[in-house]
Design a protein around this ligand. Sequence first.
Ligand SMILES: [Zn+2]
Ligand SMILES: [Zn+2]
Length: 306
Amino acid sequence: MMNIGSGFTHLEQITATLDMPCMSTRMYDKLHDEICEAWEQTSVETMKNAADEEKALAVTDGQVDANGVPLITVVADGSWAKRSYHSNYSSLSGAAAIIGYKTKKVLFLGVRNKYCTICKIAERANMSLTKPHKCFKNWTGSSSSMEADIIAEGFSKSLEMYGLIYDKLIADGDSNCYKRVLDAHPYEDVIVEKIECKNHLLRNYSRKIRDLIKDTSAGPLVLRKQIQQNQLKLPWAISKAVSYRKSENIEFTQKVEGLKKDIQNSISHIFGEHKDCQNIRYFCNKPYVAHGTTMSDLKMTGRVVL
Ligand SMILES: [Zn+2]
Ligand SMILES: [Zn+2]
């Protein structure tokens, strides 16, 4: 029941419809706690196993610091949802996870809640709670900072939990996660490095292109229409170039250089100019066309800086 977000009331309704006797609330709560505990236990074990896998891979690849502590790259992301408990009350809760880049398995999970039903009922009835309860409220800060708080906590605990250092963080461009992680000073001798997530960058790129198409002050309509017709190709070209460069059997720095050229040339290629296509060669063999292309029209607006 709890997996689909339902509780005892729903169970009662379903069993009544089926003309089946229902368990008592007390029994339900007991079973609920048992399952929750087992679930938590399993998640702790699974995350520990994932951390061991990451550790072994790092050691094999020689990625350890001066003291022999394995260094790993992690991906972090979170979400927060507005959930309404009563018609006149809405509350917020957020979750985030840290995932090992190599194994793609979860290493750390966290939840922040600004709401606890029992506290709220007591507060509303203006009474003080005499018995202790399992309180779910563990956050009083802003909703948007929940994610960063969870991720910073995961970094701070990585040595103690797994004997691992998360030395590179892949996260989206606009979150304040990275700053929180740096402020937490999780490691004595290692400064966590941030790697921008390709998916987030391309999403931002696509959004900027869409804004440009709609912006009437951004240039003549004919050209904005041309951009609109090619709006999917622009991020797609970069995505394809990333895959190609990744598969090349050369030094990492050379791959980066190659990708840089691909990105700079992508607009010229798509709009018919093919400036460096013959140089780069692997995806297009067309010669450079200096005049009469959409690209030359775009350049004439004086807004294209390449
Ligand atoms: Zn509470
Ligand atoms: Zn081309």
